[in-house]
Design a protein around this ligand. Sequence first.
Ligand code: HEM
Length: 423
Amino acid sequence: MTDPAATPELFTWEFATDPYPAYAWLREHAPVHRTTLPSGVEAWLVTRYADAREALADPRLSKNPVHHAESPGARGKTGIPGERSADLMTHLLNIDPPDHTRLRRLVSKAFTPRRVAGFGERVQQLTDRFVDGFAARGEADLIHEFAFPLPIYAICDLLGVPAEDQDDFRDWAGMMIRHGGGPRGGVARSVKRMRAYLVELIHRKRAEPAAAGGADGGAPDDLISGLIRASDHGEHLTENEAAAMAFILLFAGFETTVNLIGNGMHTLLTHPGPRAELQASLAAGETALLETAVEELLRHDGPVELATWRYATTALTVGGQPIAAGDPVLVVLAAADRDPARFSAPDSVNLARADNPHLGYGHGIHYCLGAPLARLEARTALATLLTRLPDLRLAADPGDLRWRGGLIMRGLRTLPVAFTPEA
Ligand code: HEM
């Protein structure tokens, strides 16, 4: 039993600003720690790398909230408001095999690494468009003007949401990110509108694929059309499943990427040595350091903290700690990825780190489906900012920056920067 008096306070303002000292304490003294979350739910926090990796791949730890002892059959825990609605429950992050296997196989046929690779030019165009918006001004808020819009327009384009409707998605997503995952009025309304829109779009694309074309006004080869067409042994996604899939792609791929870009730029701006190395390598036209840098930034200060719910389907032990059937288990990726038992000098930023099997994208059958897209966006975003605005600097005291105090995502509210205006 750990001494409760010595246990650091979690979920405070200080914790939101810098949770890493608390994670170090937990790894050392209470690696599988039972705590009460701000929502009142009790859960086990798993903070050591080896335990985290094992737990993520353990089939006895289910993603399906029906296994939560406290509220059988009801609670969604991915933070998606309105998730209790049966229509949204069928997404990948809330289900286990065999349903998960079937849906993941179908979506993987449409959301291929090749599709993402072919999207590189479009991501570069979008990135340049957002930088154009502030480059002549000499100052900007990199969250609102850059990290926030880029992923939402990128995923809308990829899905095939027509250009004229994409601003609505930006507004709905803005509502979610500002007000967090709680089932509050405005957020729940935004989710409802987004879902209704996706159901309608899928219906239109199914009825008339070419007429309801993609962002370029006609191409039917967008991801939603791919989801509609995808089949496996004669099986297709139903319209509802395709809508839930499009929704989870938007939801899982949005705030995560905002924060990968935001946290990553924050780390670079506060670590001049590594930043200068990366800038020199980009100026020399190299990409190898950029690739390892994005992985290191994700390991060092990734966006996903506790959004990895699991429920024990049976009594089991994790890291030697007995866990009862029905107990929720949260794998703390941000803590595991700073474990000195796995990473040398885990608190430093080594952009060339070669041995870096971080858990930032999860592990096992729920490993992030969008990782290739997230990597593409992050690499493009960081390279473009550092190349076009070479003297980019933080325009606030690092101690004054405000972090969102969610326990699902870790990210900045604003990231004010200054630079020599582009001519
Ligand atoms: C799953 C992280 C971007 C779609 C996951 C998981 C993590 C993660 C940790 C596993 C959760 C668990 O095991 O409980 C991230 C990070 C991202 C990112 C750090 C960006 C920096 C994206 C993007 C998309 C996406 C861009 C899609 C466009 C998904 C989906 C799943 C998932 C669909 C569920 C996969 C499954 O359950 O089989 N992500 N993600 N993610 N992610 Fe991402």
